[in-house]
Design a protein around this ligand. Structure first.
Ligand SMILES: NC(=O)c1ccc[n+]([C@@H]2O[C@H](COP(=O)([O-])OP(=O)(O)OC[C@H]3O[C@@H](n4cnc5c(N)ncnc54)[C@H](OP(=O)(O)O)[C@@H]3O)[C@@H](O)[C@H]2O)c1
Length: 253
């Protein structure tokens, strides 16, 4: 039986990815802090699933999660857990930001490294890192730390992807880079999107399609694909100014 591990599966994109992997015949290991939510999701899944409580802002819990799952023959790892925060950099809470860096970067880094070693040994396996279109931009005024964490995930994924490609490995790694998605993200980040988001289910569908097609960067929505593409050719100052205006709209809502 195929097994997948999905972090941040208690809501939003992670829950939808878990449901889709279940439909594809995977036994899904779902993890987050809110186990009541995970139990409810587990009851909806067709195949046997496993609920594991973990706070991925704590390094030891990332390592423990790996120890608890390493013998389960995981062939798909989805690093999805993450959150954002809005505000001027000199005003946002340092502890919360360091926790964000731990969840959005360190946990992704640790789990990717540990599972990648196993996947390379077996010469099979897929890793989907849920980054963001924020990670494709030159920076994110008013969400500076969040954008920086997602740029880290995009860069890490691209680097590993090239290592795997040049080694002719059958292991594949992808970064999912959506624009706004309708989830609980805004409640956590304490903001509102400036534009309407895509559904978490559609985002999950595009993410898994891109993952199994071995795409390194997956941008689900056409509008965001255009924006990210244009941003590569526009002067950084212009892109940063437009990004700031978009983020300011979120703050003002
Ligand atoms: N929504 C968007 O517009 C959007 C766009 C681009 C990228 N993303 C990315 O998509 C991913 C999923 O976010 P979402 O939009 O689906 O938001 P969400 O509905 O708020 O889900 C976030 C998930 O992350 C988990 N999580 C947060 N902190 C955690 C911690 N310390 N330990 C373990 N799990 C933790 C949450 O579980 P618990 O609270 O139960 O622990 C929850 O399951 C994130 O990486 C986010 O940055 C979102």
């Amino acid at each position: 039986m195929k097994t997948a591990l999905v972090t941040g599966a208690s809501s939003g994109i992670g829950a939808e990815i878990a449901k889709r992997l279940d439909s594809l015949g995977f036994n899904v290991i779902i993890t987050a802090r809110r186990t009541d939510r995970l139990e409810t999701l587990a009851n909806e899944l067709k195949n046997p699933s496993t609920v594991i409580a973990a706070d991925l802002s704590v390094r030891e819990e990332c390592l423990k999660l790996y120890e608890q799952t390493r013998d389960r023959n995981v062939s798909v790892l989805v690093n999805n857990a993450g959150f954002g925060m809005i505000g001027n950099f000199d005003e946002t809470d340092l502890d919360k930001e360091l926790s964000m860096i731990d969840v959005n970067c360190a946990a992704v880094h640790i789990l990717t490294k540990l599972f990648l070693k196993d996947f390379k040994r077996k010469n099979r396996g897929f890793i989907l890192n849920v980054a963001s279109s924020a990670g494709l931009m030159p920076g994110g005024p008013l969400m500076a730390t969040y954008y920086a964490t997602k740029a880290y995930v995009v860069s890490l994924t691209r680097g590993i992807s090239e290592e795997l490609r040049s080694a002719n490995s059958k292991v594949s790694i992808s970064a999912l880079c959506p624009g706004p998605v309708e989830t609980e993200f805004n409640d956590v980040a304490n903001c509102d999107f400036a534009v309407k988001g895509i559904s978490a289910d559609y985002c999950a569908e595009c993410g898994l399609k891109g993952l199994f097609a071995r795409k390194t960067i997956i941008v689900p929505d056409a509008g965001m694909k255009l924006a990210a593409g244009s941003a590569r050719f526009a002067p950084d100052r212009l892109v940063l100014g437009v990004t700031r205006t978009m983020q300011k709209k979120k703050l003002d809502k």
